[in-house]
Design a protein around this ligand. Structure first.
Ligand code: ZN
Length: 71
């Protein structure tokens, strides 16, 4: 059993993550602070969210002309 503090404030805890972003695909926690401006982020897709390097690379290598290892 875990202790849960019921707060009177209407702050709904969306996710129990830390101050860091996590990848929208693999949900791995990244070293990108949530308060970090998007302009300064790597692997951020507007309209989608924060990606990790692996997922970003996978997506773009897939979409891009095949410079990857894909057959
Ligand atoms: Zn990922």
């Amino acid at each position: 059993m875990k202790m849960k503090n019921l707060k009177k404030t209407e702050i709904s805890t969306q996710k129990q993550h830390s101050d860091y972003e996590s990848c929208i695909l693999c949900h791995r926690q990244l070293s990108v602070l949530k308060k970090q401006p998007i302009a300064f982020r790597d692997y951020y897709m507007e309209g989608c969210g924060q990606l990790c390097y692996a997922c970003y690379r996978m997506l773009f290598m897939d979409a891009d002309s095949g410079s990857g290892v894909k057959r």
